[in-house]
Design a protein. Structure first.
Length: 297
């Protein structure tokens, strides 16, 4: 085995964790892959013998690449992110439950949290993700954001307060999540408005992200309140007949994939047996590149 092959093998051992870091930082699967690839390119141009802690080095490099991407994205964006944006979801079959390596999977972070992270400043997001989610010391994060360790700690603390204040409570039990969504799909298919109302929290919020090109009834939209959300569910009830349950970012969600082609993905937050948040991605351009391993077609 050549030195380059050995280095590539060592890098592959860290790829899953690096992708999880990048996905939490960027909320985009394609950009996360690009960030990890950039980390590999930087490693391949570096004398690895001088790296004492490869995992820490790669995590730091990936974080720096992601920070640059976030800052570039912010500079290009003419308007702040709106309340219809839904990050890229990660899909798994409902049978996919592997506690032994779940920490490495990008789907361990829910869509609701990713939405909150999108509203943090880039340096805040990096400090929070690296420290609170991956236990990277502030001394190692500080050079990336060009702050002192104390100032970096404040960045993470500020981000933590915003996350706690904006992230909804969620039912952790997959079985109870499945019960609620089974009932929701049954009510949608049957056109049962009252049953839908009973399954929705009075202050439920629905985000539907259809991208920039979709118009008409399916246009991107934010809908608030049980009555309005139930009415919208009935408006699109025909899609419920081809919907199936799947793991969406580690929680039970709904995928509409007739013929194996994903047309929409819905993640939800559930608390006390009722749906409090719905996050629907129906952007054809982004869904075209979405991986749906093991889902029935």
């Amino acid at each position: 085995m050549t030195d380059s092959e050995e280095l590539a093998g060592r890098f592959e051992e860290h790829r899953g964790r690096l992708k999880a870091v990048a996905y939490r930082m960027l909320g985009s699967l394609a950009e996360a892959e690009d960030a990890v690839q950039e980390a590999w390119l930087k490693l391949s141009r570096t004398d690895a013998d001088d790296i004492r802690n490869l995992d820490g080095w790669l995590t730091t490099v990936t974080g720096r690449v992601c920070l640059d991407l976030l800052r570039s994205r912010g500079a290009r964006r003419e308007e702040p992110i709106d309340d219809t944006f839904v990050p890229d979801p990660v899909l798994r079959p409902l049978s996919y439950i592997d506690p032994a390596d779940e920490v490495l999977h990008a789907d361990a972070v829910g869509l609701a949290l990713l939405v909150v992270l999108e509203n943090l400043e880039p340096a805040e997001r990096l400090a929070f993700v690296l420290h609170d989610m991956f236990a990277v010391p502030f001394d190692d994060i500080a050079p990336i954001v060009e702050r002192s360790p104390a100032a970096t700690r404040q960045l993470a603390s500020r981000a933590r307060r915003r996350v706690r204040g904006a992230t909804p409570a969620a039912e952790p039990d997959l079985g109870r999540q499945k019960e609620v969504l089974d009932a929701f799909l049954a009510a949608s298919r049957g056109g049962d408005f009252e049953a839908l109302l009973a399954l929705l929290h009075p202050d439920v919020v629905l985000r539907a992200d259809s991208g920039a090109l979709v118009r008409g009834a399916a246009v991107s939209k934010a809908v608030r309140g049980a009555k309005a959300v139930a009415e919208r569910a009935l408006m699109f009830a025909r899609f419920a007949h081809s919907a199936e349950l799947a793991l969406v970012n580690g929680s039970v969600g709904v995928v509409n994939a007739p013929g194996g082609r994903v047309q929409s993905v819905m993640g939800v937050t559930i608390a006390d047996g009722r749906i409090t948040g719905m996050y629907i991605l129906a952007d054809p351009e982004r869904l075209e590149h979405l991986e749906a391993p093991g889902l029935a077609g």
